[in-house]
Ligand binder design. Structure first.
Ligand code: TYD
Length: 133
């Protein structure tokens, strides 16, 4: 996959005097069925996550609280996406090298994934990822 497939998706935001509500429905707001949900939290200052790619898994990442950066690389180009609102998220197709860093205190990253957890789906070697393209 190339970086051109990556996109920020705005989510519905229902505002009223009691506060805000946002929604994600699979195959409607995001382009896949959700097989798994996980979240990343209590990240110590200066820590990085990721450092791998997925062969098949696609993800949608939302900063439910606080802020962090997602750095994506397709071997040709590298792009940083700063997430800091809970009413939009980043669609990350499979096959891209990714890191996450710059986590603010108390940030909460929600990740919706298209496949169940499978350690075999991970590519840990950047060079191997490039040679598979
Ligand atoms: P990892 O995918 O390396 O996290 P990140 O990409 O955010 O740095 O996962 C960290 C650990 O959690 C690793 O031991 C695998 C485990 N894990 C699961 O058991 N199930 C999951 O769905 C995920 C995402 C991770």
């Amino acid at each position: 996959m190339s970086l051109s497939e990556v996109r920020i998706i705005d989510l519905p935001k229902i505002l009223d005097r009691r506060g805000n509500l946002s929604i994600i429905e699979e195959c409607k707001h995001i382009p896949f069925q959700i097989a798994r949900t996980y979240w990343i939290y209590d990240v110590p200052g200066g820590e990085k996550r990721g450092g791998h790619a997925y062969r098949e898994n696609k993800e949608f990442i939302v900063a439910l609280s606080g802020s962090f950066d997602v750095i994506l690389d397709d071997g040709r180009e590298k792009k940083t996406f700063s997430l800091n609102r809970s009413y939009y998220g980043l669609y990350v197709p499979n096959g891209l090298w990714r890191e996450m860093n710059n986590f603010s205190t108390n940030s909460l990253a929600l990740v919706l994934a298209s496949t169940p957890y499978n350690p075999e789906d991970y590519v840990w070697d950047y060079k191997a990822l490039l040679s598979s393209k």
